[in-house]
Design a protein around this ligand. Sequence first.
Ligand SMILES: Cc1ncc(COP(=O)(O)O)c(C=O)c1O
Length: 402
Amino acid sequence: MQKSSSKESEFDNVYNRSQTHDLKWRKAGVEAYLSQEVREDMIPMWIADMDFGCMQGIVEAVKKRAEHGIYGYCGVGTDFYEAIEFWNRTRYQWNIEAAWATALPSVVSGVNIAIRAFTESGDGVIVQTPVYDPFMQIISMTKRTVVINQLKRTEEHYEMDFEGLEELVKNPSNKMLILCSPHNPVGRVWKKEELTRLADLCIRNHVMIVTDEIHSDIVYGEHRHVPMLSLDESYAKQFIHLSSPGKTFNIPGLKMAYSLIPNPEMRKAFQEMQLAMSLDIRNTFGIEGISAAYSEEGAQWREELIHYLSDNVTAVEKFLSEHMPKIRMNTPEGTFLCWLDFSGYGMSDEELMKKINLGAGIVCIPGSWFGPGGEHFIRLNIGCPREMLMTALQRINDEMEG
Ligand SMILES: Cc1ncc(COP(=O)(O)O)c(C=O)c1O
């Protein structure tokens, strides 16, 4: 890894990623992905990986494995299960059983497998927009129906629209709900009461919940993530948990995620579909990565990361209130994503994206990608050194206010 300098915090180090194959920093890749021209000197703050160096223990584990020199087909061993068990027990006081876990190449592949295994073509799958857009893409691509229950926005934060949900779950053609917990892009960390209300509603109406908890470790202040399946035995029997160390430890390229499915029949159906889709893929380096990440050292590293990210959130809030008060932001309770409301500028989404992506040269994802409720927003990824964040904010300010 190339660092520019060693600063006070390891998270202040600026790395040159443009010479790697990392999607976020490759101009041609970004343009193809966003279908939009971007500047040579862009600062990419779009896709959800971070510009921080990986924890040393992960780098060492991957290096050690690389030095072996043989990279054959691999399987997961007890270290994989022990790592997942350790992490869920120590972080969430959730005692899982090794048998519940299935290794996956990514969380999104788990969503795809679950949709195909437990719903039929034409069935409705509920999502709460604005939400991580691949959910909607997969539902459509698998010929299921995207059923939207838009989140409600209050002064303080977003909430689930339970009245809307009650109507939708009563419709027998709606078979599944995909929960994003914590919620990308609005940054909510759902409370126990909200999760219980949602789960009870779904159980009463035979709607399965697939809960994507990939952002669970990145929560701020007094907010606490609660794994949905840990709340009640009946939820554990009927729902599916998906997660990965990819976001927390900045290793999504190692392609290692997992599902937790306590119900043996459901787990069998899930694993059969996984095989049918040839997604029983395991990555030699991913296995090393997850074992190194979900450890005592990983817990300590995560603490330091949260401090740094939390200061980044504060820096964004301060900058906006001092320089761009027209932009509204609910303080994120979790995730390294800021959800910025630009409606105060009265621009079309197209004009806004042109100004931000091309004018300011800050590559962001337009809010409209996240479905209804995302119009006039942009999602800004603040998982980067503070210096980069402040330069990006200044460039947005110069473009919008200059
Ligand atoms: C909610 C959510 N789920 C899944 C993913 C992707 O995870 P994976 O790369 O493991 O599929 C992301 C990445 O941004 C995400 O925000």
